[in-house]
Design a protein around this ligand. Structure first.
Ligand code: UD1
Ligand code: UDP
Length: 376
């Protein structure tokens, strides 16, 4: 069976890798990997340490593309690869424009699609934008839906996806995290950015606030509010903030402008996965609008304040590890200070849990893909 796995951005690469690894162990699988490189640098940051060499690299990243640009580039680029390879199945992951346009390209050729991380829904088509609709569109096309959680399965059933096509597998990000979790201690002293942050938090009683942000719906006012909140928190003098900044100019430019000069804030380049996990492990608190980070933090027992008004990942909130705080500066500061100043509140959110999987998602997905059967 020929399976083509296609992805384009950092989180897709991290979450597809465990599946590629499992598929490659199976004799019956001829696995082809196609990257769109919707992200160039951040994709390579994942591929290089893993030694993963794609069969096709479409190198599609542009400096300021519109969503239509990305969609049409991927649709045409992946389409040509599908015409050449004619796989029996295409696998896509998540909710990016690469994911959606790849599924469309496969559909136009009547090639069945398996969707890894299917069924997440925020219920608002503009938050996350355009990811909510991207994911729904893939859901309409796919005939194998690998739902990470029971909640995701329920969402798909409500949309009349046949029960026999849905498999609850866990999220492959937990597989990826488990693979490297034990290596983080060994790395700390050797990595310059991590060393810099570890030294800085040594001066603030080990209170590190780790921040990431990139959501399109937060561009502009949202980012400004987040930065205002971060400055106020940094002004306390008893925390250090580490912020690996997303290279999107809509994020990088304002963040540099608002926060670049604060001595208690380290603005970092995007980190390789291992050093990033090292910082998550060190963090007292994580502030993020990222999807993946919302999934990893509960597994590491780290409190997360989610810088969004909605989330398609309610499981972390239900497990008590995450809180939705939106992007109002005053609310962000109040919620963060509650966790900085109230030890009990912090402890309550710091119990390690695994609402997103047990680290065996890729094995389950591989079994379903190769069996081609819809029964569990
Ligand atoms: C994309 C996805 C989003 C996902 C996020 C993960 C879409 C529409 N958005 O958002 O769903 O959550 O990735 O990070 O699919 N850039 C670089 N180097 C890189 C990556 C990006 O310079 O390695 C810059 C480029 O100017 C690029 C821009 O960032 O054009 C934006 O990249 P894009 O893929 O359009 O959107 P993201 O905001 O990264
Ligand atoms: N991540 C990383 N380096 C960083 C920031 C994040 O490796 O500097 C990882 C993080 O652990 C998570 C993934 O990237 O697995 C999340 O990517 P992102 O926030 O860009 O996308 P999203 O998950 O929101 O789609």
């Amino acid at each position: 069976m020929k399976v083509l796995v296609a992805f384009g951005t950092r989180p897709e690469a991290l979450k597809c890798f465990p599946v590629i690894q499992e598929l490659r162990k199976c004799e019956g699988a001829d696995v082809k990997v196609c990257v769109t490189a919707q992200h160039r640098d951040m994709l390579d940051q994942v591929l290089r340490p893993l030694g993963l060499k794609p069969d096709y690299d479409l190198d599609l990243m542009r400096l300021s593309p519109s969503l239509s640009d990305i969609t049409s580039d991927v649709l045409n680029g992946v389409g040509e690869v599908l015409d050449k390879e004619q796989p029996d199945r295409v696998l896509v992951q998540g909710d990016t424009t690469t994911t959606m346009a790849t599924a469309m390209a496969a559909y136009y050729r009547r090639i069945p699609v398996g969707h890894v991380e299917a069924g997440l829904r925020s219920g608002d088509i503009y938050s996350p934008w355009p990811e909510e609709v991207n994911r729904k569109m893939v859901g309409v096309i796919a005939d194998q839906h690998f739902a990470p959680t029971e909640q995701a399965r329920e969402n798909l059933l409500k949309e009349n996806v046949p029960e026999s096509q849905i498999h609850v597998t866990g999220n492959t990000v937990i597989d990826a995290l488990n693979q490297i979790k034990d290596q983080v201690n060994a790395l700390e002293s050797g990595h310059p950015a991590v060393r810099q942050v570890v030294d800085a938090i040594g001066r603030t009683n080990n209170r590190l606030i780790l921040v990431t942000s990139h959501r399109r719906e937060n561009w502009g006012q949202g980012i400004e509010q987040i930065c205002t909140a971060l400055r106020r928190l940094a002004d306390r003098g008893d925390v250090h903030i580490a912020y690996p900044v997303h290279p999107n100019p809509n994020v990088k430019i304002p963040v540099q402008e608002f926060l670049g000069d604060h001595p208690s804030i380290s603005l970092l380049q995007p980190l390789d996965y291992l050093p990033f996990v090292a910082l998550m492990t060190r963090a007292h608190l994580i502030l993020t609008d990222s999807g993946g980070v919302q999934e990893e933090a509960p597994a590491l027992g780290k409190p997360v304040l989610v810088l969004r008004d909605t989330t398609e990942r309610p499981e972390g909130i239900a497990s008590g590890n995450a809180r939705l705080v939106g992007v109002d500066a005053v609310t962000i500061v109040t919620e963060a200070e509650r966790l900085l100043d109230d030890e009990r509140a912090h402890r309550k959110m710091s119990r390690a849990r695994n609402p997103y999987g047990d680290g065996k998602a890729a094995q389950r997905i591989t079994r379903h893909v190769l069996n081609g059967s819809y029964a569990d």
